[in-house]
Design a protein around this ligand. Structure first.
Ligand SMILES: [Zn+2]
Length: 133
């Protein structure tokens, strides 16, 4: 986990460094002339950084791939589901519209053999935000 956090921290530093260069490092002098252009760029950068933080934070949620099947009960019958994506296979990529723009996230899907449905669990982190996750 520490190596993963270190890699994440490095990617964050690269992004904030690039953001600094775009606004303050003199790399965008020609395109940042009017106040509106400067404001647009600052807001865009803020959204990009917010999307990065949100995406990575949600990616750390245990609900991405719960170890306990009992935490992933079928919404119809309440029985524990079975993973719909097997080990070694890629988790399903979802795109979610947020206030920071579109965010990509991966989630294990679950299957209920009895009800013959496939569903996403509703974890704490993904249940909030108007339940759109
Ligand atoms: Zn069921």
């Amino acid at each position: 986990m520490d190596g993963k956090i270190a890699g994440l921290r490095e990617r964050w530093k690269q992004r904030t460094e690039a953001a600094f260069e775009r606004m303050l490092g003199g790399k965008s002098e020609e395109e940042l002339v009017t106040f509106t252009e400067r404001e647009d760029m600052a807001v865009l950068i803020g959204k990009e950084l917010a999307a990065f933080l949100l995406e990575e934070n949600v990616g750390q949620d245990p609900a991405v791939e719960p170890a306990e099947a009992s935490t992933t009960c079928c919404p119809k019958c309440g029985q524990p589901g079975e993973p719909a994506v097997r080990k070694g296979e890629k988790l399903v990529d979802r795109t979610v519209a947020t206030r920071a723009g579109e965010v990509h996230m991966r989630r294990q899907r679950w299957r209920c053999a009895k009800c013959r449905i496939v569903f996403f669990p509703t974890g704490r982190a993904i249940a909030s935000g108007n339940g759109r996750f």
